[in-house]
Write a protein that binds this ligand. Structure first.
Ligand SMILES: Cc1cc2nc3c(=O)[nH]c(=O)nc-3n(C[C@H](O)[C@H](O)[C@H](O)COP(=O)(O)O)c2cc1C
Length: 249
């Protein structure tokens, strides 16, 4: 059994989000192969509850860029994929057997969101392994209804996030992650370690933000978390999801 540190671990630790791409297309067969590879992600009960919409229409892409408020990423990227949580296909599967998909439960929603995220992250790794860069675009949830309408998303589906893909036209330092002991617990959850670990991580992130080559800023991690939660975000998601069939039980 191979146990040594390998190229995949190194690739994963080199990840950074790419927000500007070179004007170089991705061959369709390459894109399709990366998606096929991504599809081998594990899937809850093998339900495969996701769909990917490849936006090739330039006009549509421009609308996505505006609606998701991430214009540079989307407009410079040769490929923009919309990852959708999707229980619609299961409706067809169930109908074949005279049953109904139980789409309106918290559990069903979790299954669909997890499956979609797993396939997307598998895709991200496949793309990065081939020298491409990616950026998730959660910004699609700024205007999910309009975006859904533009791509004809039916009920029992919703856009979870987009992803831009292409040859990077920028290079960044890798963002330091939380130290292992902050995210790894042994046997029992231990929150007593957080004050000390977060203080250490804040120092590290303050250094990173102050010294990185682009977009330098004077802040640290807990400060950016606090700023994020200083207001409520995307409260429209509840009604939007309800309208898509996800009033949850
Ligand atoms: C679900 C999800 C949604 C995201 N949405 C956006 C986005 O809309 N725009 C953007 O520029 N980056 C987005 N990101 C990228 C994160 O900001 C980025 O992963 C994080 O800051 C860590 O930086 P790194 O990926 O460069 O290591 C998103 C990431 C995830 C996982």
């Amino acid at each position: 059994m191979q146990q040594q540190w390998n190229w995949l671990n190194q690739l994963m630790m080199r990840h950074y989000s790419v927000r500007k791409y070179k004007d170089e297309p991705i061959p369709q067969e390459t894109l399709h192969q990366m998606i096929r590879a991504a599809q081998h992600a594990s899937s809850s009960n093998f339900l495969q509850t996701y769909s990917i919409v490849h936006i090739t229409d330039e006009k549509l892409k421009e609308e996505m860029a505006t609606l998701s408020k991430n214009p540079q990423q989307i407009l410079t990227a040769p490929v923009f994929l919309l990852f959708c949580a999707d229980l619609k296909r299961l409706e067809y599967a169930c109908q074949k057997h005279g049953t109904q998909v139980r789409h309106d439960t918290v559990e069903s929603l979790l299954v669909a969101v997890v499956d979609t995220a797993l396939v997307a992250q598998n895709f991200a790794l496949a793309a990065e392994s081939m020298g491409y860069g990616i950026c998730y675009i959660g910004g699609v949830r700024n205007n999910p209804e309009e975006i859904g309408r533009l791509v004809n998303l039916p009920d029992k589906t919703f856009p979870l996030f987009g992803m831009t893909v292409g040859v990077p036209d920028e290079k960044h330092e890798v963002k330091p992650r939380l130290m292992l002991e902050a995210v790894l617990h042994e046997n029992r959850y231990d929150e007593s370690k957080y004050p000390e670990l977060l203080a250490r991580y804040d120092e590290e992130m303050a250094r990173y933000y102050a010294q990185r080559s682009a977009n330098r800023k004077q802040t640290n991690w807990t400060e950016s978390v606090a700023a994020y939660y200083s207001k409520e975000r995307r409260l429209h998601m509840r009604d939007f999801l309800g309208g898509q069939g996800f009033w949850l039980r």
